[in-house]
Design a protein around this ligand. Structure first.
Ligand code: C2E
Ligand code: CA
Ligand code: CA
Length: 818
């Protein structure tokens, strides 16, 4: 059974026969909630004409519902929750009422109790109504209309001479010609530069047939140079035409075309005209809106930005009073609560401009933008305490929640997220200081909040990374335009040392894939990936789309990263050991080389996954695992030719500059039982230059215990012989690049010889890497290289293979006899 409104109805369950009608305004409804009987108090409250004498019901005090109310669902007349509902009068004014329901025989008895002291919105202009029953061809005017006609001297005759006959004829004709004409408008000039404004619409029965015409007539001030009375039938949702000259016509067309609400208000704050958007926003027909005052449209308790009461002496609400009287001073009112006809509130952002009327008196032109959703989202975020402290924008957690909600809704496919990241933001911080950087972020946040299209929410995810969430990208011109908008908003010009600097942002856009499930976190990541991708490829200010390719390669990298993380943590990596031999083939040490045995991809080489480890900050964990494992395994190695080989471990993430370097290495090596003098730590040159004193001290401590440091890949990168002297390392590993050509390339030979000579002069030992041929070995040995590593002697070996070789002392320099 349909209930009216949404509030909890008050019910008394005992059946109450509708004997005497209550003295309070009341109606009786049938089981479908449609009005069947009314009492006089209700008719008075609803300002409906009483029905004719023959229609009085047998039950005392009840009347059959008059024409306009009979079988009309009560919910069409009374909107909103029962405890706080609004009764709509024929002229569009509202009465705040409280509904009390009782079960009555064959239906419900509803008391419609006016709420005293509450909103009772008078209509601004004298108004009357008439109806024309199409079947009976009967015209009926209400008392107010009769009185209005008498006051302005319009004849009150019936029949074809009646003033309303014109509209009846026009609408009847329109009804024959088209499916559902919406409304007919007419103005009739009357004495005293006034006019009667007629608005007439067709009322349809449930089966869709037109059953009567309902007209409201309002006395309005006739503007100077008022055009001749218009007489035309408006198409549904068509533009309102009240102007004749072309400029006015263009203006009217513009108003109709504007997606938001636009209203034109006179100097007293009364609505003169409004577009379809505003009618829709306030859920009210145009003729009901006309003549309403701005104050009556404003929800209770709104004080505007001025510390003044709701309405001033001039009766204008706060949001209108500040209007300057010249078009040069337009202003915005951020969030103004306006009343819908059903009593609910719609929050609007207003842009107000003063514009002169034809007679020079000021008019207000107000653009209304519905920001209810935006406000609700913002409130939700605020209340949950998930805003970014600096900018007050939603943070990542809030953004994910919001996007998840959007993705769960019906508009899922029209959701778009845009990630914008400033280019070179760190330069702002470093050249102007962090405060200036913070200021810039706050400024940009405000700009996004103010200037993003309605339906978009700005968030700050981290540092200089903003995210814009758009509930419906079709409303803002599609994802590309949205991305462009965000990029433009994130292009501030700042002043650095007195000079303007144009900043840019790289932007990435992502949308949910049409098929398949996407969660908010994924969508944000796709946008971030697209942004990073464009940042990599383009210099600055680029826009990237999260295409399948971009997303899938990023997804693969991420999957790999997650897998690597768990593989390192779970000890799923393995080590191979490549022997390093002396000139006579004795194994002096073995270098630990990491491998990732992947369940699907097979053995992955470090060249492939070390970059992943580096990007995801896993290098240090990896190094620690390798150091621990290699030290433990090396502690078990047997002697070979009277020597127990050392183990060489590559370090790339665990570095001497780390404050805990000494502690970490000490802990691991102590636990493994490996003697200190059997450990070599290999670092690339860049990790060894310009070390701070504490790093050098840590290395010194380790060296005193017997540890040796080796410069890996020497000769590549920025190596210079001159710098060799400064490197705190005992061993130099000559890169394979110079070893390869040492036999035939004079330059390679020269480099190798210079390194060996220099190292010898500085009391450092040399290791040649990647020795693949006997010739290379011989040349290098003749140069005085101390040790050799390469396929010529042995490939990287499994621990078992290494054990076997060491036991049998099988690793022999084939040229040992040379
Ligand atoms: P690296 O430190 O220069 O290691 C030597 C690389 O050269 C190894 O490749 C080794 O297999 C390869 N190699 C040895 N002899 C020959 C030869 O005669 N010819 C050729 N063409 N190559 C030879 P791998 O194992 O693929 O390692 C590559 C790089 O990955 C290493 O270069 C090192 O920088 C890094 N790496 C390997 N294991 C680890 C580790 O456990 N931790 C860290 N941080 N880095 C590692
Ligand atoms: Ca190495
Ligand atoms: Ca190397």
């Amino acid at each position: 059974r349909p209930l009216v409104g949404v509030g909890g109805p008050e019910r008394v369950d005992a059946p109450a026969p509708p004997d005497a009608a209550p003295t309070e305004p009341a109606v009786l409804c049938d089981r479908e909630g449609r009005i069947t009987r009314v009492n006089d108090a209700f008719l008075a409250l609803a300002s409906r004409p009483p029905a004719g004498p023959g229609q009085t019901s047998p039950a005392a005090g009840w009347r059959a519902a008059p024409g306009g109310l009979d079988r009309v669902p009560l919910r069409e007349l009374v909107h909103g929750p029962d405890p706080d509902a609004r009764l709509v009068r024929p002229d569009g004014s509202l009465v705040a009422v409280r509904l009390v329901r009782r079960i009555a025989c064959a239906g419900e008895l509803c008391l419609v109790l006016p709420q005293r002291g509450q909103l009772d919105l008078p209509s601004a202009a004298p108004v009357g109504t008439w109806t024309f029953d199409l079947a009976a061809a009967a015209l009926r005017r209400d008392a107010a209309l009769e009185e209005l006609y008498r006051a302005v001297g319009v004849p009150t005759g019936q029949g074809p001479t009646a003033v309303e006959a014109q509209q009846v004829a026009a609408l009847s004709q329109a009804l024959r010609a088209q499916a559902r004409p919406a409304e007919h408008r007419m103005e009739l000039a009357v004495a005293g530069s006034q006019a009667l404004d007629y608005a007439t619409y067709v009322e349809y029965a449930d089966d869709g047939t037109a059953h009567r015409l309902v007209g409201t007539v309002r006395l309005v001030a006739a503007a100077p140079r008022r055009p001749r009375p218009q007489n035309r039938v408006r198409q549904p949702a068509g533009p309102t035409r009240r102007f004749t000259d072309q400029a006015a016509q263009r203006f009217a067309d513009l108003m109709a075309a504007v997606p938001g609400g636009v209203g034109l208000l006179d100097r007293a704050g009364r609505v003169i005209d409004a577009n379809a958007g505003l009618c829709e926003l306030l859920d009210v027909r145009l003729e009901m809106l006309r003549g309403r005052t701005a104050a009556s449209l404003t929800a209770d308790g709104f004080t505007g930005q001025d510390p003044e009461p709701d309405t001033g002496a001039d009766g204008l609400p706060g949001w209108l009073r500040r209007a300057a009287t010249s078009p040069d001073h337009p202003y915005r009112a951020d969030a103004v609560p306006l009343l819908r006809i059903d009593g609910t509130t719609v929050w609007c952002e207003l842009a107000v401009t003063a514009t002169p009327a034809d007679d020079g008196s000021p008019l207000w032109l107000v653009v209304f933008t519905d920001v209810t959703e935006r406000r609700r989202a913002a409130e939700l975020l605020r209340s949950a305490g998930i805003v970014d402290e600096l900018t007050r924008l939603p943070n990542r957690a809030a953004t994910i929640e919001l996007v998840d909600r959007l993705l769960a809704g019906p508009g899922r496919d029209r959701v778009a997220v845009v990630c914008g990241d400033l280019d070179d933001f760190s330069r702002v911080n470093s050249s102007l200081g962090h405060e200036a950087g913070d200021d810039l972020l706050v400024t940009l946040a405000g700009r996004l909040q103010r200037e993003l299209p309605v339906g978009c929410t700005a968030a700050r995810l981290s540092g200089d990374e903003f995210m814009v969430i758009c509930a419906d990208h079709s409303e803002v011109g599609g994802p590309d335009i949205l991305a462009r908008t965000v990029a433009d908003l994130l292009r501030p010009t700042i002043t650095v040392h007195g000079r303007p600097v144009q900043m840019t942002a790289s932007v990435g856009v992502a949308q949910p894939v049409p098929a398949g499930e996407v969660r908010a976190a994924d969508l944000l990541r796709f946008a971030e990936v697209a942004m990073q991708d464009v940042k990599r490829r383009q210099r600055r200010g680029g826009i990237g789309m999260a295409t399948d390719g971009v997303v899938s390669s990023a997804t693969k990298a991420l999957e790999l990263e997650a897998e690597l993380r768990s593989t390192i943590a779970g000890g799923g990596l393995t080590l191979l050991y490549q022997p390093v031999v002396g000139p006579d083939g004795t194994v002096l040490s073995a270098e630990a080389l990491v491998r990732w045995p992947h369940p699907e991809r097979g053995m992955i080489s470090p060249g492939e996954f070390l970059p992943v480890a580096q990007r995801s900050g896993l290098l240090r964990d990896l190094d620690m695992w390798v150091l621990r494992t290699a030290a433990e395994e090396a502690a078990t190695w047997p002697m070979a030719r009277g020597i127990r080989p050392a183990v060489a471990v590559n370090l790339a993430g665990l570095l001497p500059g780390d404050t805990d370097f000494l502690d970490v290495v000490t802990g691991i090596v102590d636990d493994s039982g490996l003697p200190w003098d059997r450990l070599v730590l290999e670092l690339v040159e860049t990790s060894l230059v310009a070390l701070p004193p504490h790093a050098l001290a840590a290395m010194d401590t380790l060296v005193k215990r017997g540890v040796r440091f080796a410069v890996d890949d020497f000769g590549t990168g920025y190596s210079s012989l001159a710098r060799l002297k400064e490197l705190p390392a005992q061993t130099i590993k000559i890169d394979r690049a110079f070893v390869t050509g040492v036999g035939e390339d004079r330059a390679d030979f020269a480099v190798a010889r210079a390194v060996v000579d220099m190292a010898a002069a500085m009391n450092r030992t040399t290791v040649a890497e990647g020795v693949e041929t006997g010739e290379q070995f011989l040349v290098l040995r003749r140069l005085g290289v101390d040790a050799f590593q390469g396929y010529f002697f042995a490939k990287p070996l499994t621990p078992d293979e290494l054990h076997a070789k060491l036991r049998t002392s099988e690793v022999v320099a084939p040229a040992a006899g040379l």
